[in-house]
Ligand binder design. Sequence first.
Ligand code: HEC
Ligand code: HEC
Length: 250
Amino acid sequence: MRRAAILACLIALPALADDRVTGFEQMSSDLQMMQNDPFANPGQFWVLDGQTLWSADPGTGAESCAGCHGDASATMVGVAARYPAWDNQSNRPVDLEGRIELCRTEHQNAEPFGRESAGLLALSAFLTHQSKGLPITRPEDPRLAPWLVRGETLFTSRMGQLNLSCAICHDDNAGNYLAAALIPEAHPTGYPQYRLEWQTMGSLSRRFGNCLFGVRATSFAAGSDEYIALELYLKARAAGLAVESPAVRP
Ligand code: HEC
Ligand code: HEC
């Protein structure tokens, strides 16, 4: 995707001709079928666990998630499609997993699940599933503008011992092969997702960590400013593409 098109996303000009390709569209038909079949998609186990956790008593005397938020299939539709979003209390954007952890600690007086834990991935998959098929929305809150710029800077800066930027692979070489792997355009449409290489569900932060490891750069922590900025930038770049969680990827 051309840089001009990305900037157009950020400043919300009318969409240009859409030549974007998602990771789903690049997969073999076998993997596409696995993702589309709820009985074959392993990510559905996390969605079901998340549904159970949604109504579970946190054991602290506080309400369950459902106790405050009601039926997720009504109240949570479209929410994941517009994250990361601004959190007034911490005065910074939070990703969906960060938001769940805040509710856990602030509103349920419970211990956080922990990043990449089964419980957090399950709730995140369950909530994102409520937005399946809906378009990712442009982050329009003006307070996010500097974060988007920071995300673009990170995406286009060379890093690691291999001295490569995300953009060199995902803008300039998308569709080419890197060893046996087809380089996608890096649209975050399907997170959390089931990766065959992981043999489990993983977050977008984990995916970022894989790519940073690939260029021999130090990864950042889930929920860090760097990952929130990168996610915001990628969401702006993917605005209009449909949420497809739980996705399956090789
Ligand atoms: C005591 C009530 C309460 C409980 C229990 C609670 N939340 Fe929340 N939740 C809120 C409030 C209030 C907000 C708005 C942000 C704020 O003020 O903290 C919110 C915001 C959210 C949002 C963002 C919604 C949006 O439109 O941006 C999500 C997602 C969410 N909660 C998920 C959860 C999950 C998952 C749980 C269970 C682990 C949970 N919440 C438990 C009160 C609660
Ligand atoms: C050397 C090339 C390369 C660089 C540099 C790189 N990636 Fe990737 N990335 C890949 C490949 C290849 C995949 C496909 C997965 C695989 O098979 O490893 C991928 C997958 C992804 C995906 C998953 C897309 C999907 O469909 O789920 C995201 C998101 C992503 N990269 C983001 C980034 C970000 C952010 C950076 C910079 C911090 C980055 N990548 C740097 C090669 C790269």
